[in-house]
Design a protein around this ligand. Structure first.
Ligand code: CA
Length: 225
């Protein structure tokens, strides 16, 4: 899953980038509203962490632009918005939710709570209502970052985990390499590398041959038993 962190305080932005990357997310950071708009218009993010007080505007405006379609994302996908702010006033919370934020967290907050809220937002609209995804005897725990196959633990790299999570949230669907690159890798990924193909290949070997279909010129599909 790919996240955009919009935060102008460098220390906090860096802390979030490190914490979220460790938790397995692909993370891009924007320090201003203009930079955030630029990134949103070229990348499809699954979720944006949005600080309200930005040097060139406020997060409310960015959120409204996204929700009203003034700011278009490349795939016209709906980006989840989690507002982060020092303002704890009730009217700010109400306004944030009215402008289209999906959730709201007041600073200072614990990273563990932020991660739990992100997981909850990312599994909205998917079949799972718990942190555990299960397809047949393949079980992926998004909170503990563990995967088991036929009850045996499977050791995956962070990118293999990210690809598997993305595929498990879309069982039976064909997902293109571009989509995987977009949602599992960050802005530093070279779009011309073979990194997706290589990662899917190693993941397939760990899950067992036949676990992931390659659909010629369309992408990959997790084979559901
Ligand atoms: Ca700020």
């Amino acid at each position: 899953m790919r996240l955009l962190v919009v935060e102008d305080e460098d220390d906090l932005a860096e802390g979030l980038r490190v914490g979220l990357t460790r938790a397995g997310y692909a993370v891009d950071v924007a320090g201003t509203s203009a930079e955030a708009s630029g990134r949103l218009s070229v990348n499809d993010y699954d979720l944006m962490l949005l600080d309200l007080n930005l040097p060139d505007g406020d997060g409310f405006e960015l959120c409204r632009a996204l929700r009203t379609g003034t700011l278009r994302t490349p795939g016209d996908t709906e980006v989840r918005v989690l507002m982060l702010t020092a303002r704890g006033r009730v009217d700010d919370r109400v306004r944030g939710l009215d402008e289209g934020a999906d959730d709201y967290l007041v600073k200072p907050f614990a990273l563990a709570e932020l991660l739990a809220r992100i997981r909850a937002l990312l599994r909205r609209d998917t079949s799972g209502s718990s942190a555990v995804l299960r397809i047949g005897d393949l079980v992926l725990d998004t909170a503990r970052h563990t995967v088991t196959l036929r009850a045996a633990p499977l050791s995956l790299t962070p990118k293999e985990f990210g690809v598997l999570e993305y595929l498990m949230l879309r069982p039976g669907h064909v997902v293109s390499s571009e989509e995987l690159l977009e949602h599992v890798w960050d802005a530093n990924a070279d779009p011309f590398t073979q990194t997706v193909r290589v990662t899917v290949g190693t993941l397939r070997r760990k899950l067992g041959e036949g676990s992931i279909d390659t659909v010629v010129s369309r992408g990959y599909r997790l084979v559901t038993p």
